[in-house]
Design a protein around this ligand. Structure first.
Ligand SMILES: C[S@@+](CC[C@H](N)C(=O)[O-])C[C@H]1O[C@@H](n2cnc3c(N)ncnc32)[C@H](O)[C@@H]1O
Length: 293
């Protein structure tokens, strides 16, 4: 069977993550800078959802979030496009004595969950950047959530000053510019290719605007360096403590929150459309205006 361009890119990405799954919860995938971002996601999720809520993890990787949430009383269905990541997530849950349903399922395949309902969906640290069609993802997520349900995502942004300066200083101009590219670009991971689409918050929200209201968003890792520059963080602890403080204090401010290694956003499922919601009728007010250009 002949593969389309999208299919072959998805398979490249799967191979890349399969190749790192065994060690992904070590320093590569869970260093102090990543843990900092992860803590923000955990705080957001536990503030938003009561214990016992049924949550869907998209791109669960080795299952750190799923296991943390299950250990704290949530019912989690963990999914990932990489079968090896799913195996690691299952083993992690089993080792913790927890029951988690973990499935090999791509974000582009959510229709396979048709008929299921979740109180919330989350996707941490970039799986959404690998989804080929965000508008289709938005529709699929909306079908799995009740009105008022939340989608919480951390997504790699397109404006990362640290990354640009770091590679530009080394004369690696092509690498320095890769984030600012529109569309899908090949990014090296363990000598494999992860096909990645970086998004500004505004571009990302545009794909979700039909089904979701934007509730809140903030930058993650704007003043602090990105996780792969963990050496900088470890060598300059006092400076980085200050940068971390700036991230925490200023990362949610208008304009500031549009930059950074990732952005963390909460979107809320709109009420289902009724006849009076048709074009021309007044719409329910957004909690935060979608910054669509
Ligand atoms: C950077 S890792 C993050 C993993 C995890 N969410 C975490 O926070 O540790 C990205 C994950 O996205 C998964 N992924 C990539 N493309 C995907 C897709 N189309 N659908 C679902 N998962 C995908 C990868 O297999 C990988 O596990």
């Amino acid at each position: 069977m002949e593969l389309t361009g999208v299919d072959s890119r998805l398979l490249d990405t799967r191979r890349a993550f399969d190749s790192v799954a065994a060690e992904y919860d070590g320093p590569r995938g869970n260093n102090a800078l990543i843990q900092r971002m992860r803590q923000q996601m955990w705080r957001t999720l536990t503030d938003l959802f009561p214990r016992g809520a049924r949550l869907l993890d998209l791109g669960c990787g080795p299952g750190l979030d799923a296991v943390y949430l299950a250990a704290n009383g949530y019912e989690v269905v963990a999914t990932d496009w990489s079968p090896r990541m799913v195996e690691v997530a299952r083993s992690r849950a089993a080792a913790a004595g927890l029951h988690i349903r973990a499935e090999g399922l791509g974000i582009h395949e959510l229709a396979r969950l048709e008929g299921e309902r979740f109180d919330g969906i989350y996707s941490n640290l970039g799986p959404m950047n690998c989804a080929p069609d965000l508008t289709a993802v938005a529709r699929a997520c909306a079908a799995l959530l009740e009105p008022g349900g939340h989608l919480v995502v951390s997504v790699m942004g397109r404006i990362c000053p640290w990354e640009f300066v770091y590679y530009a200083l080394r004369g690696r101009w092509a690498r320095a510019r890769i984030r600012s590219a529109r569309g899908i670009v090949p990014v090296n991971l363990n000598r494999h290719t992860v096909w990645t689409a970086y998004h500004t918050p505004r571009e990302f929200f545009r794909a979700f605007a039909g089904e979701f209201e934007l509730t809140t968003y903030r930058a993650l890792g704007l003043f602090l360096p990105p996780p792969y520059l963990i050496r900088v963080y470890e060598r300059r602890p006092r400076l980085c403590a200050l940068l971390g403080w700036l991230d925490d204090r200023l990362g949610g401010l208008p304009l500031v929150r549009d930059g950074g290694d990732h952005f963390l956003a909460v979107l809320t499922r709109r009420p289902r459309r009724v006849a009076s919601d048709q074009p021309g009728s007044p719409r329910s007010p957004s909690r935060e205006r979608l910054p669509v250009s």
